[in-house]
Ligand binder design. Structure first.
Ligand SMILES: [Zn+2]
Ligand SMILES: [Zn+2]
Length: 133
């Protein structure tokens, strides 16, 4: 982890609590866990800070989650400029792809393979199977 960057962020965002954990994670409303050292850890850290600055809380549906991920990356891009961290588009797309394929997998109906939709309570519904009843 870039100690200088972390010191600057701690000074600039005294309301955020940084701690070390297994992976990079934002815990609403103001906790950021720092994951293991890796080539893009500064970028990942700024992404988690992006969630904080966007005021993100919980998400209800997977598309909402992807929207929040995107917003946090847009914020991270700004932060990269301010703190002189390299914004690597490939890393960002890779991270977003992880969420996209997860959504893909979860939204597929296990019975018929059709794409299901999700209601606000987080439950998936299949347009075909639910109408067959
Ligand atoms: Zn995120
Ligand atoms: Zn189905």
């Amino acid at each position: 982890m870039d100690k200088v960057l972390l010191d600057r962020l701690t000074a600039d965002f005294p309301e955020v609590k940084f701690s070390y954990g297994k992976k990079f994670l934002f815990r609403p409303p103001n906790k950021i866990m720092l994951g293991p050292e890796e080539p893009h850890d500064s970028l990942l850290l700024l992404h988690e800070l992006g969630h904080f600055l966007c005021g993100h809380r919980n998400f209800y549906t997977e598309p909402e989650r992807i929207k929040m991920e995107r917003a946090a990356w847009v914020k991270a891009k700004e932060l990269c400029r301010n703190y002189g961290v390299e914004y690597d588009e490939e890393v960002v797309e890779g991270e977003l792809d992880t969420y996209r394929s997860y959504l893909d997998q979860r939204s597929r109906c296990p019975k018929c393979g059709l794409t299901r939709y999700q209601t606000r309570d987080g439950v998936f519904h299949c347009p075909k199977c639910e109408n067959d009843i």
